[in-house]
Design a protein around this ligand. Structure first.
Ligand code: AMP
Ligand code: GLY
Length: 424
């Protein structure tokens, strides 16, 4: 089977690496891909939102399965585009349709969904510019810190947590009346602050049945000790050591099953990954967010721990046949440490030559923001550049291997966190 992966990050490289190991795979295409995916398949210079170009490629290359990595094309309706096209409707698209993608695309939609299906989450209310005053009243009824979320997609920047009431009111005004995050903050969700440790769970579902993938924890802040600005993610580990059997059981019964059942009750079809962002409060899982795709860099530790053939699982998802599938997970731990460009997540330079990737035999180096020049050299091409993944008998051993490998890699102004896993 010919397969197309849409996206260009470490997540897409990890998925390409895994699909490449499948006997079911014929040709692999990645749009637009990066220097890492170019070694596993054919990169196509197509924007993830250019559905027409994607259609032309799918038909020209006889592609039968499309896996959508990032959220934007899903929220824009790429799956619906395929279903409504006579020539494309038989192609399997892994990633939900537009309505279901609202679980990530609209915080308000997600909160209403959780409320309707009694899925544990923080108390909340949502506001628009027509009821800012009620927003102030609601903020006054809460204890600090205050959590304000732009309803729509805001490239990971739409959640603001503030210690002080006046600051929170000013932020609400800024989001609603000044549209600080544009269209995305026309509606703002204000919610109760939850204090606890976070982790993420992932499933692959055909809308009715699902398989659970390994769980993971990511490290979002740029600075050591979880200080500084939020990033796309600076590292991840899997499995999460504090997630014991009892806690995982609670997640399954109180969060995962009611979510899949809730989608069915609401008549919302869903084929693809669901990412559950969870926080542990008094030993109970609460949902912080849903994502309608895999996480990045979580994928770089989750995928290497899947022993089963991922393409088989994706085909079964497309055929509504997950009921008959199981998934085998590697017992070992996996960790990844992200190498980023100096300055990231603020301004940074691109085009730096990367050396030493070939000298990392104890790790798997997944490319994120990389490209190749005409001389065949690998160059930095984004803020997050490489994800250095390793296995170990526990996360400490795996991390040791990742940090050892990193010593062999360099590019100008390379930066990374030296304390992944510090809080465990
Ligand atoms: P989100 O984009 O919804 O995942 O939020 C980004 C981050 O904000 C989360 O990973 C949490 O660390 C934090 N966060 C979101 N909602 C809450 C909440 N209700 N209480 C505490 N922290 C939160
Ligand atoms: N690492 C968090 C995300 O992918 O949204």
């Amino acid at each position: 089977m010919n397969v197309l992966i849409i996206g260009s990050g470490g997540r897409e490289h990890a998925i390409a690496w895994k699909l490449k190991q499948s006997d079911r795979l014929d040709q692999l295409f990645i749009a637009p891909g990066n220097a890492g995916t170019a070694e596993l398949g054919t990169n196509l210079p197509i924007n993830v939102s250019d559905f027409q170009k994607i259609k032309e490629t799918v038909l020209a290359q006889d592609i039968k399965l499309v896996l959508v990595g990032p959220e934007i094309p899903l929220v824009e309706g790429i799956h619906d585009f395929f279903l409504s096209d006579e020539e494309l409707k038989k192609v399997h698209v892994i990633g939900p349709q537009k309505l279901a993608a609202q679980l990530e695309g609209s915080k308000e939609f997600a909160k209403e969904f959780m409320q309707r299906h009694a899925i544990p989450t923080a108390a909340y209310k949502s506001f628009t510019k027509d009821n800012v005053k009620e927003g102030f009243d609601f903020l006054e009824s809460l204890k600090p810190p205050y959590v304000l979320k732009a309803d729509g997609l805001a490239a990971g920047k739409g959640v603001v947590i503030l210690p002080n009431l006046q600051e929170a009111k000013d932020e609400l005004t800024d989001m609603l009346t000044n549209e600080k995050f544009g269209e995305a903050s026309k509606t703002v969700v204000i919610e109760e602050f939850l204090d606890g440790i976070e982790m993420s769970c992932f499933i692959l579902t055909d809308g009715k049945n699902y398989v659970s993938l390994p769980n993971a924890k990511d490290y979002k802040r740029i600075g050591e000790g979880d200080k500084g600005l939020n990033t796309g993610g600076m590292g991840a580990i899997s499995p999460v050591p504090f997630a014991d059997e009892e806690y995982l059981q609670k997640i399954e019964e109180r969060v995962i099953k009611p979510t899949v059942l809730g989608l069915q009750k609401d008549n919302i079809s869903y084929k693809g990954f669901i990412f559950f962002g969870l926080i542990k409060v008094n030993n109970e899982p609460m949902v912080i967010e849903y994502n309608c795709r895999m996480g990045d860099p979580e994928t770089e530790v989750v995928i290497p721990r899947i022993k089963s053939d991922l393409l088989e699982l994706l085909i079964a998802t497309g055929n509504n046949d997950l009921e008959n599938m199981s998934i085998e997970i590697d017992e070992r731990s996996a960790t990844t440490v992200m190498l980023v460009s100096g300055g990231y997540p603020e301004a940074y330079e691109k085009g730096k030559i990367i050396n030493g990737i070939e000298n990392t035999l104890d790790s798997i180096v997944f490319h994120a923001g990389t490209t190749k020049n005409n001389n065949g050299e690998t160059l930095t091409n984004g803020g997050r550049v490489l994800a250095v993944t390793s296995y170990g008998n526990d996360y400490k051993e795996a991390l040791k291997a990742s940090y050892k490998s990193i010593k062999n890699i360099n590019f100008d102004k390379m930066n990374y966190r030296k304390d992944i896993g510090f809080d465990l």
